[in-house]
Design a protein around this ligand. Structure first.
Ligand SMILES: [Zn+2]
Length: 533
């Protein structure tokens, strides 16, 4: 790997010298307090149209105390699309107007989803992913309207069960025509749970932070004439999400003046309490809010801004002075963005946000990642630490999730083994003295077993899942690199990133990019690690 990046160590030194730190707030809060656990739910909410144009009243759930919300932005921001449209238009656009009461963590939201039928035949139905509906009382659908049908703007029949909102379209929608849906709903953010529930703290609040990961409806993937929804389990991730363009207007009331909104995309501050974010080419639109964030930022050589949002407890006094984990995370973010851009292709956004998350795991989103508060609070200056590895791991997901999507329930190794192996690639380049440590600490200590190409549904514990998919996964990738040679191996990964860019791909695509000779050279390795070699 050093053959690729002899100059990077110089960049590291320069970045350390020029790390710039932004505003500091006076937070003295402690970390998240675990709060009662929240089991997953699969409550069904169904509306069937009994008449061609039913009244609006039948769509309302019996929740009368929600704040008033107006329809999302329209007109110039969401022009009407007919069936003659250019193929250049994004397949899916989301226009969101969200009004948040920070004190109660309740968000009244209006969302317009415009989805162009890119398939060969007419669509008679559509599925939206509604992740907050997996949590009790977190999601309330107030209204669903299909626009511009033969019956005008009218409510379609739908069924909301767990994360799946199945919509029977009022008219069949031919290929290249657009479907426009207006949704009104409220999101009540749950407290971050304890035990295995704590791992989903990317959608939840602590006393000092509100995290909004997977809080907005997205369009499901359609494969072989079926809309894909994977069953929720506590192991791994199961969200199969197509990419979209996002425009989100956010108003936050009842927050202190020190409120900081960590959100990706281009940002326009409309007023003291209102922001507008535009984020194209993103599977999700995720943000985190706090009245206590410290912000540090810097710019990579290729012009990407990296921002770290952290808390005071990321600053650790040591025998040799003060160590700021946020400074370290910033440097790791800058370096990993540079090396992965070089190896795997361009980073798709102008900014990358790294957020100290009050939950025990890291989590990737489009243009924004969470790194556990545990790693910030225990980093004492030695880079042989999870703060280094998890920051780099989540940045790698910008290629192996945000750019190249995969089915994280059925083929989780495609993003997780690649992101974990990307940690090693980073270590090889910037901390070569830690290479042996990395294999021992990250992989060998767990004596991992299991097929790399397992689904999330095959494991009784998160540990067994990580051992098989992540850890045997990196052994698989190292063995493939040994089979192919370093140059061919990284050429293959780069072509995979290009081929899968913006898509959701299967392992077949990954293997299809090898030549017949390369497949032969890797046959024994594949047989050793994969159920389906
Ligand atoms: Zn990961």
């Amino acid at each position: 790997m050093n053959v690729y990046h002899k100059s990077m160590r110089i960049i590291l030194h320069r970045l350390l010298l020029f790390a710039i730190f932004g505003t500091l707030t006076g937070c003295t809060l402690t970390a998240a307090t675990p709060i009662a656990s929240i089991p997953p739910t699969a409550t069904t909410y169904q509306v069937i149209r009994a008449t061609p144009v039913p009244t609006m009243a039948r769509l309302y759930q019996p929740v009368a105390t929600e704040p008033t919300i107006e329809p999302a932005l329209s007109a110039d921001l969401a022009p009407e699309i007919d069936c003659e449209q250019s193929t250049d238009l994004p397949t899916t656009r989301h226009t969101v107007d969200a009004k948040m009461d920070y004190a109660t963590r309740s968000i009244a939201t209006s969302q317009t989803v415009t989805h162009i039928n890119r398939y060969d035949s007419a669509l008679t139905d559509l599925v939206l992913n509604i992740e907050p509906n997996r949590y009790p009382n977190a999601f309330t659908l107030l209204s669903l309207i299909q626009k511009d049908t033969t019956q005008g703007d009218a409510p379609p029949s739908f069924n909301l069960t767990g994360r799946r909102l199945y919509i029977e379209l009022i008219d069949p929608v031919p290929p290249d025509c657009a479907i426009t849906l207006d949704l009104l709903f409220t999101v009540n953010v749950p407290a971050i749970g304890s035990g295995v529930q704590a791992f989903e703290g990317f959608f939840g609040y602590s006393p000092r932070q509100v995290n909004l990961g997977h809080w907005l409806p997205t369009v499901a993937l359609r494969q072989n004439n079926e809309w894909i929804t994977r069953q929720a389990v506590f192991v791994g991730e199961q969200e199969v999400i197509t990419k979209a363009d996002w425009e989100v207007t956010l108003t936050v009331n009842n927050a202190a003046e020190t409120l900081t909104v960590a959100a990706p995309g281009t940002v326009e501050r409309l007023s003291a309490t209102q922001w507008r974010f535009v984020q194209p080419f993103a599977r999700d639109f995720t943000l985190s809010l706090s009245e206590n964030f410290r912000v540090a930022q810097n710019i990579t050589q290729s012009g990407i801004t990296v921002e770290v949002y952290s808390f005071d407890d990321a600053v650790i006094p040591t025998d040799t002075g003060i160590i700021d984990g946020a400074e370290h995370a910033l440097t790791m973010g800058l370096l990993s963005l540079e090396i992965f851009s070089d190896l795997f292709g361009p980073y798709p956004y102008e900014r990358l946000l790294i957020v100290q998350g009050d939950f025990p795991d890291g989590m990737e989103f489009s243009g924004i990642v969470f790194v556990s508060t545990n790693w910030f609070r225990t980093y004492a200056g030695d880079p042989a630490h999870f703060l280094t590895l998890i920051t780099v791991h989540e940045v790698a997901h910008q290629w192996w999730y945000a750019r190249v999507g995969n089915d994280p329930a059925l083929a989780p190794w495609l993003d997780e083994a690649l992101s974990t192996y990307s940690e090693y690639v980073f270590i090889e380049e910037f901390y070569p003295e830690l290479k042996d440590w990395w294999w021992q600490f990250r992989v060998d200590d767990y004596n991992p077993s299991g097929f790399v190409d397992s689904s999330v549904y095959e494991f009784a514990s998160i540990r067994e899942y990580i051992n098989a998919v992540y850890l045997r996964g990196v052994r698989l990738l190292q063995a493939l690199r040994d089979d192919l040679g370093t140059e061919s191996f990284f050429d293959w990964l780069k072509r995979y990133a290009e081929t899968g860019d913006g898509e959701i791909v299967s392992a077949d695509v990954f293997w299809s990019l090898l030549t017949a000779e390369q497949l032969e050279a890797t046959r024994a390795t594949r047989a050793l690690y994969l159920r389906q070699p």
